[in-house]
Design a protein around this ligand. Structure first.
Ligand code: ADP
Ligand code: MG
Length: 352
């Protein structure tokens, strides 16, 4: 169990800065996610934690101890294999023992360690089985047991379930979250899937091109994204981004949303509205044309043609809205996000 911290850590590959002055502190027992698009530096951060890469600048600490030049073995951080893969020709028990056998741990110690970890993960009754005879969830527990058998201070996973099909991914992430809560171990998790990050993380760091843009609990970031970049990464459908027509101070937003200029912060050039915050009204006053309707059963996505941009609204259930009809739009100003020219979020406090 451990805290892991970066203080202004930079890692370059030639001219490419893979990780750019990253600072964070992962707490003890935390399920911490790094989330960002491909090539944003996620795997490099894990390699820096593991000790497979050395930073060019900055300080890496585990439990407060500077470990920039400490070997991977001495750091005692465990990597869980991609797809939580097990050796198919070995029983679950042999899989779990493997890291200890490989490290030439004394046989009399191995049995005790395996038994303890197996009990912790509720897989004692599965140890004699081959992976092919285990369910997906059982295999995960075995894979995690194999990582934990060394008694690492933290364990890391790099996009562990991205190769699974969608339904299995959903089941797997629930299971992972559950296991992490039971174990209470520090888990550092990388994903490029926003829904996965949102669903499992206690806190997450959002990366853009090697730079950490925001660190917080998923819902805090969702509700208060620090920038239009972060806002656009979280949520499906994505946040609607509108330009405020006049760049100089308060003005009306493009399209049919009426904005009280007094409620627009100074310097705002863009407005973000989550699809679930966009209220669609069918009625005579409607001025916005419905472009397309996607009925998804439990909810419906309505795409609106509001002149310059298409906006999307997420509605509950199956509203009676037809393509090409005219509707009205509304949004509670308190639910709007305002961004300046640089994409930085502006505080609502100016008008609250
Ligand atoms: P992610 O895991 O988010 O996809 P990576 O950490 O793998 O991103 O990569 C971040 C950046 O660093 C990318 O531009 C990638 O091309 C570069 N990079 C990563 N590893 C190496 C390496 N061994 N040699 C050169 N460039 C690398
Ligand atoms: Mg990667």
């Amino acid at each position: 169990m451990a805290t892991i911290s970066f203080d202004n850590v930079t890692k370059r590959y030639g001219a490419k800065t893979a990780v750019d002055r990253a600072s964070f502190e992962i707490r003890d027992n935390e399920f911490f996610c790094f989330f960002g698009p491909p090539l944003s530096g996620k795997s490099t951060i894990l390699k820096l934690i593991l000790g497979l890469e050395t930073p060019d600048e900055g300080e890496i600490r585990i439990d407060g101890r500077l470990i920039n030049h400490v070997s991977p073995a001495e750091r005692n951080v465990a990597m869980v294999f991609q797809n939580l893969a097990l050796f198919p020709h070995m029983t679950a028990g042999e899989n779990v023992r493997f890291p200890l056998v490989e490290r030439k741990v004394a046989p009399e110690k191995i049995a005790g360690r395996v038994a303890a970890v197996a009990e912790k993960l509720h897989i004692t009754h599965l140890l004699h089985k081959l992976p092919a005879h285990l369910s997906g969830g059982e295999r995960q527990r075995v894979a995690i047991a194999r990582a934990l058998v060394r008694d690492p201070v933290a364990y890391l996973m790099d996009d562990p379930i991205s190769a699974l099909d969608a339904r299995l991914r959903e089941e797997t992430r629930v299971e992972l979250k559950r296991i992490q809560q039971e174990l209470g171990h520090t888990l550092v998790y990388v994903t490029h899937d926003q829904e996965e990050a949102m669903s499992v993380a206690d806190r997450m760091a959002i990366l853009e091109n090697g730079v950490i843009r925001q660190i917080d609990a998923p819902l805090s970031i969702y509700d208060k994204p620090a920038s239009s970049y972060v806002a656009g990464l979280l949520g499906s459908p994505a946040m609607n981004m509108l330009e405020i027509e006049s760049a100089n101070g308060p003005a009306a937003a493009s399209g049919a949303l009426r904005l009280d200029p007094a409620r627009v912060p100074n310097g705002a050039v863009g407005i973000g509205i989550r699809p679930e915050d966009l209220k669609v009204g069918a009625g005579e006053s409607g001025q916005v044309r419905v472009f397309e309707v996607e009925p998804l059963g439990g909810h419906t996505v309505v795409t609106l043609d509001s002149g310059a941009v298409k906006m999307r609204a997420l509605m509950r259930g199956q509203p009676a809205i037809r393509p090409d009809s005219l509707v009205s739009l509304a949004c509670d100003p308190a639910r709007m996000h305002f961004f300046d020219r640089a994409g930085r979020a502006l505080s609502h406090s100016e008008f609250r």
